[in-house]
Design a protein around this ligand. Sequence first.
Ligand code: RP5
Length: 172
Amino acid sequence: MTDASIDASSQAPLVGIVMGSRSDWETMQHAAAKLEALGVPHEVQVVSAHRTPDLLFDYAAKAKARGLRAIIAGAGGAAHLPGMLAAKTAVPVLGVPVQSKALNGMDSLLSIVQMPAGIPVATFAIGNAGAANAALFAAALLAHEQPAIGQALEDFRTRQTDDVLANGDPRK
Ligand code: RP5
């Protein structure tokens, strides 16, 4: 059970986690784990900007009507998925640059962050931290309208702080 003692899996998804390839799951699982822990109903799907462009357009076109309040989109290399989703939907897109083998994710980061004015993508850190933080940010977006999620987020932050304070001596 989650922090908020609600079963997120039985509810319609509020957050979509999409990624350009199954190979991105190693990174994007950290977003899913955080949403799960906070009780945020979510879905996970591979949607490739380059290999399945029609699926990308369809996903973006239906996102708002399906009730999605945020889309976390992870991609690596020529990472066009977050930007193209943002081009096709007004649902907030949170971009996660996956760490690529060739350029360590700098290609992913720059592909995602350098959007033209008018089509915003909220861009997070390269890799696991970015995936986790995108999920925490999505929860924060939902906190006002979903008090249980807001409470779960506050509880997580409190536990995180308490844990650091209780383990301040790195030799122990
Ligand atoms: C991108 O290309 C994906 O997001 C992935 O990060 C990268 C490599 O994909 P695979 O060749 O592993 O499927 O589209």
